[in-house]
Design a protein around this ligand. Structure first.
Ligand SMILES: Nc1ncnc2c1ncn2[C@@H]1O[C@H](COP(=O)(O)OP(=O)(O)OP(=O)(O)O)[C@@H](O)[C@H]1O
Length: 583
């Protein structure tokens, strides 16, 4: 119930749909129960008393009732659906909105497949309960109570005799539910595994093919597929076994009803019409009892889904925007004062006591081994993560003073791994600023050395990209990402290994083009190649999360430390290549 209370804000505003649907439901159930009463009256009051002239009137009343029932059923179902879908519409929007504000830290631990299934299957499970399950639960209870009341009204002894088989039915239903629920859960899990197998296989097709693991993958899929087939058959077997048994018990009740009811009628202790009415009423009781497990299952599934949805909605937003946060233009002066970050709070600092000042418009190079903390530094500038110690200032103010949107719209990121949406190249470039003009898009693409290759594509800027930018090379994707970052006209530009996938010549051309672009922006260049950072105003050399050297290219070469060693290794490589070419 706590779960339903938590999610009340989504469905309670639409309660009027639910209550109207409930009103029609009570109406429909009542009419259903009038049917055996009419039958009883027709037999006892009309047929038995030879009042045949009443038949057309009774038929007419019956017909009118059926029409009214039809209309009421329509409204009950439609309003029930309206209640479920409107509530869930708001919930889906809220979930999606929440996913947009959740921090990187949240996504570091989240699983894509799991989040996807929460937003689809769990939302759908919750909707189904709101639209159908809740009404079904009420209908079941109503039907049971009303039918019992009517049966007792007609004949207490016959009701008691007919109900002799009921405990057996309840035991069978209970055992059935106990077996069918785990079977269903197993079936869903098995289907989930089957889906994951397919999804991973398609995503990792390059790896599969390059390692010639197609046969291995087919075998693995075959195991999952067999597993699903077996789970399905197991569930089917339970249904097939239990349903005839339930029906058999129901029919035993009917036999008892006939025998004892017939005896009562023969002895004039019961009217014939009441006995006939009992025939309908007994199924009004058996049906809901057989169904009870299904309805209770719907409820427990909705509860479980609701809990999974609440987990997302209640997830802590660890990057909080102050209510006094400001929206002012950012010039791009960046200062780090004794900044440290420990991602997992386990004293394994990714960066420790980082200090530097990057005046607006300057170029800062970050170089160091993998895992030395280069990306972490730039992620802190945009407040993707929050530092544990120290201060990050932009234009002299702590970054927490700015609105997140302000901060991020002034920082352009080109990351190691480029994500492109499956739309046109133009839309991908203009993603950060959809209002941008065609000329500006082309200008950005030219600066990123992307214009020429785009124009060589059959549809130019209108070329539609496949999922994850399929159809483009790594270097081409990177250049589109650079153009995208330039479009937002950022005061701070972060190039995180942004040219790692392009050849030396293209890198040189991009750098030349970017020189103009970088003029009025503070630029952070993260690179493994000395050639990418050597023109920087200041180069920070990182080792195990700390700055071990700093200075210009020239100063660092003279210093003869880590930078010099990296330079020598890279220089030796080039030297060796040249020697091979010269041979
Ligand atoms: N989201 C994260 N959660 C936990 N630890 C992280 C996270 N991101 C990075 N780290 C850890 O922090 C350290 C610094 O990582 P960072 O990505 O900043 O290094 P880098 O110098 O940019 O490396 P590379 O050159 O390989 O990109 C590494 O030990 C890494 O494992």
């Amino acid at each position: 119930m706590v779960t339903f209370k938590k999610l009340k804000a989504f469905y309670w505003p639409y309660r009027k749909y639910f209550f109207w649907s409930l009103f029609f439901l009570i109406f429909v159930t009542s009419i259903t129960l009038i049917y055996p009463i009419i039958l009883q009256l027709t037999i006892d009051e009309v047929v038995a008393k030879n009042k045949y002239e009443m038949i057309p009137y009774i038929a007419l009343v019956f017909l009118i009732l059926q029409i009214i029932k039809g209309i009421a059923t329509y409204y009950q179902q439609y309003l029930g659906d309206l209640f479920g879908i409107t509530a869930v519409y708001d919930m889906r929007n809220a979930l999606y909105k929440k996913l947009q504000v959740l921090s990187f830290k949240y996504y570091d631990n989240a699983k894509t497949g799991d989040l996807m299934s929460r937003l689809t299957a769990d939302v759908e499970g919750f909707r189904f309960f709101l639209s159908f399950g809740m009404a079904e639960l009420i209908r079941t209870v109503l039907l049971l109570v009303m039918s019992f009341a009517l049966m007792f009204y007609y004949s207490v002894p016959l009701t008691l005799v007919t109900m002799v088989a009921m405990p057996f039915l309840i035991i069978v239903v209970y055992r059935f539910d106990k077996r069918v629920h785990p079977a269903f859960r197993g079936l869903r899990r098995s289907f989930g595994r089957l889906n994951t197998r397919v999804q991973e296989n398609i995503t990792g097709m390059n790896t599969v093919k390059s390692l010639s693991k197609e046969g291995y993958e087919i075998d693995r899929f075959s195991i999952s597929n067999t597993n699903y087939k077996d789970s399905y058959l197991k569930t089917s077997n339970i249904w097939a076994k239990f349903f005839p048994l339930m029906e058999f018990i129901g029919n035993v009740s009917v036999v008892l009803l006939l025998a004892f009811g017939g005896y009562l009628v023969v002895n004039n202790r019961l009217e014939l019409g009441a006995l006939v009415a009992f025939f309908s009423l007994i199924w009004y009781i058996m049906g809901p009892i057989m169904n009870l497990g299904f309805v209770v299952n719907l409820f427990s599934q909705a509860k479980a889904s609701g809990e999974r949805l609440s987990e997302i909605l209640d997830a802590k937003e660890d990057i909080i925007e102050k209510s006094t946060a400001i929206d002012v233009p950012i010039k791009g002066d960046v200062t780090f004062n004794h900044v440290s970050l420990d991602y997992a709070n386990d004293h394994t600092y990714a960066i420790k006591d980082i200090n530097f000042h990057a005046p607006a418009g300057k170029i800062i190079g970050l170089i160091g081994a993998t895992g030395s903390g280069k990306s972490t530094i730039t992620q802190l500038i945009a407040r993707f993560y929050e530092q544990n110690e120290g201060n990050v200032l932009i234009d002299g103010r702590p970054i927490a003073d700015y609105k997140l949107k302000t901060l991020r719209k002034h920082i352009g990121f080109v990351l190691q791994e480029t994500f492109l949406f499956s739309t046109s190249i133009r839309d991908n470039i203009a993603y950060g600023r959809p209002d941008i003009s065609e000329e500006q898009i082309i200008q950005a693409a030219k600066s990123a050395e992307a214009h020429d290759f785009i124009m060589k594509l059959p549809k130019g800027y209108d070329t539609l990209l496949g999922e994850r930018g399929m159809g483009l090379s790594g270097g081409q994707k990177q250049r589109i990402a650079i153009a995208r970052a330039l479009c937002i006209n950022p005061s701070i530009l972060v190039l995180d290994d942004a040219t790692s996938a392009v050849d030396m010549e293209t890198e040189f051309r991009i750098q030349k083009a970017l020189k103009n672009v970088m003029k009025n922006r503070t630029t952070f260049i993260i690179a493994h190649r000395i050639s990418s950072v050597k023109h920087a105003d200041e180069i920070l050399v990182l080792e195990e999360g700390q700055i071990v050297e700093r200075g210009t290219h020239k100063e660092l070469l003279n210093h003869k430390g880590l930078y010099r060693r990296i330079y020598d290794i890279q220089y030796q490589d080039q030297h060796a290549i040249r020697e091979i070419i010269d041979l």
